[in-house]
Design a protein around this ligand. Structure first.
Ligand code: E4P
Length: 214
């Protein structure tokens, strides 16, 4: 499974990249708005730190302007993927952009039907938002399971990015289902390291090592 980090924060991205497990980055307008760096500089630096796909989101709402915005974003670095919300206009734009070889990450996906449309339109990545479904008492992982089955049935090339991850269990469940990618907030990535028995084990080994004959 590929790990993307779901942030626009350069410190977090640099730190996670240093762990050697980072395959890409997803940003969105909310995440970008939390940073103090100018958008173009921020994106350029993220793309330099992480060679894998870096998703940046289009905010236009009509197909023509979405295509223009996406082309501008894609020209910023070779590893950009443009995020486009799943709408009729977004889908039209996705087809055009896919034909031009621009990687599209279809975002704000909340149903299998939406994922199917995105894959058919030529989207490279499809992002179901599982945490937001859990928030409204729907089982987000059921959506991931259905999408993976449909993509497998038809050998769609689109990769599923499990998004809106809230805790480590989401990451494990995504992996158990065979999702291609999880995009994980920094705080959740950090939690993946921890197990109290590891800490207790290290503590004991160090104490014992202190008594060993050397
Ligand atoms: C994914 O690409 C999105 O940026 C993200 O996962 C949204 O998550 P949220 O529901 O925590 O805002």
């Amino acid at each position: 499974m590929k790990f993307f980090i779901d942030t626009a924060n350069l410190e977090e991205i640099r730190e996670a990249a240093g762990w050697g497990i980072l395959d890409g980055v997803t940003t969105n307008p909310t995440l970008v708005a939390r940073e103090k760096t100018a958008f173009a500089d921020l994106v350029a630096e993220i793309c330099r730190v992480v060679p894998g796909p870096v998703s940046v989101e289009c905010v236009a709402s009509e197909a023509g302007p979405i295509v223009e915005e996406a082309r501008r974003l894609a020209a910023m670095a070779p590893n950009i993927a443009v995020k486009i919300p799943l709408t009729r206009e977004g889908l039209k734009a996705t087809r055009t952009l896919a034909q031009e070889g621009i990687k599209v990450n279809t975002t704000l996906v909340f149903s299998t039907a939406q994922a199917l449309l995105a894959a058919k339109a030529g989207s490279r990545f499809v992002s179901p938002f599982i945490g937001r479904l859990d928030d409204i008492s729907q089982e987000g992982m059921d959506l991931v399971r259905e999408i993976l089955t449909v993509f497998e049935n038809y050998r769609f090339q689109a990769e599923v990015i499990v998004a809106s991850i809230r805790h480590p269990r989401h990451v494990i469940e995504a992996a158990l289902l065979g999702a291609h990618i999880a995009t994980v907030p920094f705080a959740v990535l950090e939690k993946l390291f921890h197990h109290p028995l590891t800490d207790i084990g290290i503590d004991k080994f160090l104490k014992d090592w202190g008594r060993a004959v050397k």
